[in-house]
Structures are given as structure tokens and as C-alpha cells.
Design a protein around this ligand. Sequence first.
Ligand code: HEM
Ligand SMILES: *[C@@H]1O[C@H](CO)[C@@H](O)[C@H](O)[C@H]1NC(C)=O
Ligand SMILES: *[C@@H]1O[C@H](CO)[C@@H](O)[C@H](O)[C@H]1NC(C)=O
Ligand SMILES: *[C@@H]1O[C@H](CO)[C@@H](O)[C@H](O)[C@H]1NC(C)=O
Length: 326
Amino acid sequence: MKMGSHSYLKVWILCLTALIGATSAQLELGFYAKSCPKAEQIILNYVNQHITKVPSMAAALLRLHFHDCFVNGCDGSVLVASTKNNQAEKEAPPNLTLRGFDVIEEIKSILEAQCPGVVSCADIVALAARDSVGVIGGPHWNVPTGRRDGLVSSAALTLQFLPAPFQNLTTLIAHFTQVGLDIKDLVLLSGAHTIGVGHCSTIATRIYNFTGNGDADPSLDSNYVQNLKTTKCKSIGDQTTLIEMDPGSRDSFDLGYYKQLLKRRGLFQSDSALLDSVATRNIINHELSSLDTFYREFGISMEKMGRIGVLTGKQGEIRKICSKIN
Ligand code: HEM
Ligand SMILES: *[C@@H]1O[C@H](CO)[C@@H](O)[C@H](O)[C@H]1NC(C)=O
Ligand SMILES: *[C@@H]1O[C@H](CO)[C@@H](O)[C@H](O)[C@H]1NC(C)=O
Ligand SMILES: *[C@@H]1O[C@H](CO)[C@@H](O)[C@H](O)[C@H]1NC(C)=O
């Protein structure tokens, strides 16, 4: 009897230790404070210089973080190049328009010179996204660090996990739920479309041949459709012209995107879809009430997104080159 309760206690202690062990390897603010004290400053300096010269790159770096996190967690897998034997995430159709890989690789090489094998590519992506939005005067959010780089990058996973611009609200919510985010995160993070550009090819069908009868999506303001066709996407086959998601303020992190939505001018179906429920409309109106609110709540959702499926502790690796698994 005594023996029994003793071993019972032992099992308990083992369980507790395992639990503490498993949860202790978490992201933390300033993870590199001892191992590479200048890391965050180096990233900030580089981003400051670069984004000041090329403000449109802020949108690209923010989107890179989103794609990284949604596909197999924030583990730098979006950066990996394909090999003979592996079709990487980059190879999936949504890849075509991702930008900013060279910026991340350049930062990585500076950090490798400073502290070899210490700072993960996944953390560089997360910090660079935050810092570049800061440079253009947008919201600030905390980026706890300690992410490790993944050993897998697969084009098939991109298709499974990344939401697509032609999806409806139900499907979008399902994609967000799949990675532990809710409808508030969906509306807030879509607010990132207040900066940046898309390609005509992404909306060609929507404005030229929505149901196959030479028509446009009726959920899009018809004046706006006309305007897009005459001044931007002049033919259904246009592969190159860029369009702003928030016309006139593509480099400014403002409420313009949500204002566009209410005018039925959301560029993608996934943007317009945010009007399709009372719950999502209420969130849009709540954000429109104040820029401070939008900034604060966007930051909360970004921090949440930055925790999706992270590898920590001894998981994964610290890549030497971001495009190549060691
Ligand atoms: C809700 C689901 C989402 C869908 C379906 C979606 C879709 C897209 C598409 C199709 C483009 C333009 C691609 C092109 O035609 O070149 C784009 C651009 C962009 N997206 Fe999203 N997106 C979503 C959510 C997000 C999130 C969560 C973020 C970041 C937090 C984000 C940030 C961006 C940015 C900044 C751009 C502009 C990129 C640039 O200027 O290079 N998007 N998105
Ligand atoms: C993107 O993916 C396509 C296949 O879907 C591939 O042909 C192309 O080379 C990829 N582009 C980049 C920049 O990796
Ligand atoms: C949303 O899209 C999915 C997949 O295409 C479809 O099965 C579903 O019926 C659509 N839902 C609504 C409400 O339109
Ligand atoms: C519009 O869609 C229909 C049905 O998919 C197709 O037959 C037609 O060729 C398309 N028109 C153009 C201009 O692409």
C-alpha cells in the first residue's frame, strides 16, 4: 500500500516534469539577448534602411510572414527553395507573387557573420515583418522569439492551408480555425490589405467573366468594376499590371481598406466576403471607429499569428542559409 502510493507520487512528479519540460521551451521576448545581443537591432537597422528606400517592400515582408505561419507554422519554410526531390512551398501557385526573399537572406547573412548558427530564419521573418510595418508608420506589436527553422517545405501543404482570394466566408473561417485563429483574427489580419498590391490576373475572372457569361461579380461595386477595367486591368489576359488593394494609400497603414470594404470595393472575393455576416461586419465597424483600436487589435492578432505551429527548444534547426535546409 505504502509502496503503491509512493510510485503513484513518482509518476505524478514525472508527469509534472514532462509537462514543465514541454511548456518551458516557449517563445520569449528577447530570446537572443545573451546568445546574439545585437540581433534584433541588426534586423531593425537593415529594415529601416531598406524600407525607407523601398516602402512597398513592407507589404511584401508582412505577407511573407503570413504565408510562412499559415503553412506548417512560422518555421521559415516559405523561404526554402525546391530541390530535385522536393517541391517547396514556394512552388505552389500563390508563390508567384511573393517578394522579399532576398531581403531576408541578406539579413541572415549579416547575422551569420555576427553570431553563426544562432538566429533562426523564422524569427528574422517575424521581426522583419513587424519592423517594416513600423517604418511606414503602422502598428507595433511584440514579437517573442525563439522560433526554430523547419525541416519540411511542401507545395502541397500551401494549397491545403493558405486561404485563397476566391474563397467565401465559410471557407476562410475554416482556414483560420485550422491554424487556431478566429473570425476576429480573420477580419483584423485581412486589414493588412491596407498596404500593398495584387495582380490583375488575380481578379481578371472576377471583373471580366465571373460566371462564364462575360459578367462581373455582383458583390463588387459596378462603378469600381468599370474603373478597374478602363484604368487598370484593361484585358482579361493581363498578367503584369499591379493594383492597389487600398487605392491611393498603398504604403500607409490606415483604415482605408475597411472603408473600401463598406463601399463594396474589396479587391478580392475574400475581402468582400467579410461583409457577409453580422459578426464580421460588426468587427469592421468597430475597427473603423478608431485607428488606435485597429492598431492595437491588429497587433494582438499578429502576435497570435506569430505563434502558429512554432518549433522551439531542440526542435527543427537553425538554418545557415534561409533558402536551404542544412
Ligand atoms: C484572409 C485571407 C487572405 C487572402 C485570401 C489573401 C490573398 C492575397 C492575395 C491574392 C494577394 C495579392 C497577390 C497578387 O495578386 O499579387 C495578397 C496580397 C497581400 N496580402 Fe493577403 N490574403 C489574405 C490574408 C492576409 C494576411 C493575414 C496578411 C498579413 C497579415 C496579408 C497580407 C498581404 C499583403 C501585405 C499583400 C500585398 C503584398 C505585396 O504588396 O507584395 N494577407 N493577399
Ligand atoms: C512558383 O510555382 C510555379 C509552379 O506553380 C513554378 O513554375 C515557379 O517557378 C514558382 N516561382 C517561384 C518564384 O518560385
Ligand atoms: C463556400 O464555398 C464552399 C467551397 O467552395 C462551398 O462548398 C460552400 O457551399 C460555400 N458556402 C456558401 C455559404 O456559399
Ligand atoms: C468566360 O468563361 C467561359 C466559361 O468558362 C469561357 O467559355 C469563355 O471563353 C470565357 N471568356 C473569356 C473572355 O475568357
